[in-house]
Design a protein around this ligand. Structure first.
Ligand SMILES: [Fe+2]
Length: 191
């Protein structure tokens, strides 16, 4: 990437300025990151130009690993790409749209039967975020709403989210399966 990366750097600095204990103030973090994403949308589009050309779902680490143990990622979502319903391994987390828009379906899981039910559905436009606290189920399914454009999102998690579960039901009325997932990192963006 040849362009200067002021906006990515600003996003990373906001994350670095937060003290992450077990229950960080994610509403404040979302507001601060969202303000940059909203105000500097055009510059972010330039800084992240190479990721906008990808045709597969990719997770990129933004900058060196954080001393706090939290992880900071940018994800690229090809047109129409949807995740399975997934959890976040009990970590706290914040997911924020940088470019494009995501649909987020929230789900709840009955701890006794293991069955899932949909709680709601939100749209995240640039600067909008969803977040969940430590120990929250944080189950959701996300989809890039565009049929043409790649969407880009910023993610902050309270640890290394390399292993988590996806949830699938083969047919209506059948038991829900918990499928172990491994999240690969495509590379590191200078931040
Ligand atoms: Fe997620």
């Amino acid at each position: 990437m040849r362009s200067s990366r002021h906006c990515l750097k600003a996003l990373r600095e906001i994350v670095l300025a937060h003290d992450f204990d077990e229950h960080p103030d994610l509403a404040t973090l979302a507001r601060e990151l969202g303000a940059i994403a909203h105000r500097d949308r055009g510059r972010l589009a330039t800084e992240l130009e190479p990721l906008r050309r990808t045709n597969r779902f990719e997770r990129w680490q933004l900058g060196p690993r954080l001393a706090s143990g939290a992880s900071l990622l940018v994800m690229a979502w090809p047109a129409n790409h949807a995740t399975p319903i997934h959890d976040h391994a009990g970590l706290w987390g914040l997911e924020l749209a940088l470019l494009g828009a995501l649909e987020v379906e929230s789900w709840a899981r009955d701890p006794h039967t293991g069955s899932l039910r949909q709680l709601g559905r939100d749209w995240l436009g640039p600067g909008d975020a969803t977040w969940f606290d430590t120990g929250d189920p944080g189950l959701h399914r996300c989809r890039n709403l565009s049929r043409q454009e790649t969407a880009l999102t910023l993610h902050v998690y309270g640890g290394d989210l390399s292993e988590y579960f996806a949830y699938e039901q083969e047919a209506q009325g059948e038991r829900w399966q918990m499928l172990p997932q491994r999240a690969a990192i495509a590379g590191r963006l200078p931040g």
